[in-house]
Ligand binder design. Structure first.
Ligand SMILES: Cc1cc2nc3c(=O)[nH]c(=O)nc-3n(C[C@H](O)[C@H](O)[C@H](O)COP(=O)(O)OP(=O)(O)OC[C@H]3O[C@@H](n4cnc5c(N)ncnc54)[C@H](O)[C@@H]3O)c2cc1C
Length: 466
């Protein structure tokens, strides 16, 4: 049986940046394990043939599991919009109990991005004067605007950067085990035994970074091993697709604006998330349900801009399990959509009427995701969520006229599980000595930056214990 100093489960941003940090400190005997394929062997459903050929990425129609699994993780085919702000992408300042430490590690993370290919032209720092004007407009609508500095790599840039990083790790001796699903984890002597689909391995330290697609797996493992977790919030809502000129005045100043508001009726938090100027809505297939997300490319553009509107839901006694609640919502929506995401004209949603293809065809906005079912999102999402979302869109129309046009399109469900959150110290170690965690799947982050940074912190924690 192979024996490693560190086994990392998941080669998404959390696992990759953790491996980098370990290697930089002289540790080489590392297994980086992923259930999916290597970068060039993954399929992107949206990349056009010429770009696919140029990049060596296959474009073989919709193979959704490649979206979430494989080297590069869920972020590989993303728009590569990487926020460089401690308050975006996770609760880094809270985790580290220090805003300035969080800022320092973000800066360090950015220097790694530059080392592996993020060019000067990818850095977007919004103009402070123009930002102030938009902050004022948002305040008028009772909302708060956050405008983080950002790297915009685009999907192609994100793939190239990942490949450069992986090649470096391989050259430093990291053992990359792809198509290898970690089924089980157990203590073994002073370390751990990992039972995988390709045989068993042993490791002194383990880093679990399984991403959102592995959140249920992590929940099972933590129950079995007694890793302490707490229920986290659930973000659920819709993805709104509007003509690009509606969002253009704002996104020309702030690439990925974050707007947060609390609704009048329920005092619920609603936030915008992942704005994709001239991007595409995409489907994500999970075990038992389908959800929507968005992405944009540097070279391939649509005529629409999409953004998520997410309501934060926290449950209390007797049902605290937000994963279960979220899954039920997603499964209901999937059932109503006949296995596909639901699409509806905003006007139909507001007036409680089902959309049909002929109504969608009459809309001035052409959907960028076609494999969807026109339906009634009001039947799929809880009433409170729909009411919150509709109120938010309505109020944001004062900031961005046209956002609440009845012609705009709404897709559902857009759902983010952060639910099972591992309890960790500031080096990302759990209550089980030797087991460290990082990234979205363990509830510590909500984006590429947060995932990578928690991976770096976990690596530093591991180094201290070896
Ligand atoms: C379409 C899309 C667009 C996005 N756009 C952006 C964006 O522009 N900016 C941004 O900041 N974020 C974006 N995100 C979110 C971002 O991708 C995630 O926040 C980030 O990838 C999380 O990193 P991670 O390392 O925690 O997990 P992941 O990237 O999900 O990686 C986890 C890996 O673990 C593997 N794994 C899971 N369980 C096991 C197991 N048992 N055995 C072996 N391997 C396992 C999976 O195969 C996966 O490859 C997007 C996500 C999607 C899906």
């Amino acid at each position: 049986m192979s024996r490693f100093d560190v086994a990392i489960v998941g080669a998404g941003p959390a696992g990759l940046f953790a491996a980098y940090e370990l290697v930089e400190h002289g540790l080489k005997n590392i297994a980086l394990i992923d259930a999916g394929r290597d970068v060039r062997k993954r399929y992107c459903p949206l990349l056009k043939a010429h770009i696919s050929r140029e990049l060596g990425i296959s474009c073989a129609g919709c193979r959704p599991c490649h979206m979430l699994h494989g080297v590069g993780g869920a972020g590989l085919f993303s728009s590569g919009a990487i926020n460089l702000h401690p308050l975006v992408g996770g609760d880094l300042a809270v985790l580290l109990k220090s805003y300035s430490r969080a800022e320092d590690v973000i800066k360090y993370f950015d220097s790694i991005l530059v080392k592996f290919g993020a060019g000067e032209d990818s850095l977007r720092i919004p103009n402070p004067e123009l930002v102030k004007e938009w902050e004022r407009k948002a305040a008028k609508a009772g909302a708060k605007l956050i405008s983080p500095p950002q790297r915009r790599l685009g999907t192609e840039g994100s793939i190239k950067l990942t490949e450069n990083l992986v090649n470096y790790l391989l050259s430093e001796g990291v053992k990359l085990l792809t198509n290898t699903y970690v089924e089980d984890l157990a203590r073994s002597g002073s370390g751990f035994k990992l039972v995988t689909s390709s045989g068993s391995i042993e490791a002194s330290r383990v880093l679990l970074a399984p991403g959102r697609a592995g959140a249920a797996w992590f929940s099972e493992i933590s129950k079995k091993l007694g890793i302490h977790t707490v229920p986290g919030p659930l973000d659920v809502g819709v993805r709104l697709e509007v003509p690009d000129y509606v969002m253009e005045p704002l996104v020309s100043v702030i690439d990925d604006p974050k707007i947060i508001m609390y609704t009048k009726t329920y005092d619920d938090k609603v936030r915008t998330f992942c704005v994709n100027p001239r991007g595409f809505v995409v489907a994500e297939r999970y075990n038992g349900y389908v959800a929507v997300n968005g992405m944009s490319y540097r070279d391939i553009k649509s005529r629409n801009t999409n953004l998520a509107l997410l309501v934060t839901v926290q449950l209390t006694d007797p049902l605290e399990d937000t994963v279960e609640y979220g899954r039920q919502i997603a499964m209901t929506a999937t059932k109503l959509g006949g296995g596909k995401p639901l699409i509806q004209r905003l006007g139909d949603l507001v007036s409680g009427r089902r959309s049909t293809w002929s109504r969608i065809d009459r809309s001035s906005v052409e959907p960028t995701l076609k494999d969807v079912t026109p339906g009634d999102i009001g039947m799929a999402l809880p009433y409170r969520v729909v009411k919150d979302v509709v109120e938010a869109i309505d109020r944001l129309d004062d900031v961005l006229p046209g956002l609440a046009s009845p012609q705009n399109l709404v897709y559902a469900p857009e759902i983010k599980f952060y639910s099972v959150r591992a309890v960790v110290d500031d080096s990302m170690q759990t209550n089980i000595e030797g087991i460290f965690v990082a990234g979205d799947g363990v509830g510590l982050s909500r984006g590429i930056n947060g995932a990578a940074v928690t991976g770096i912190l976990a690596a530093r924690g591991i180094l201290k214990t070896l």
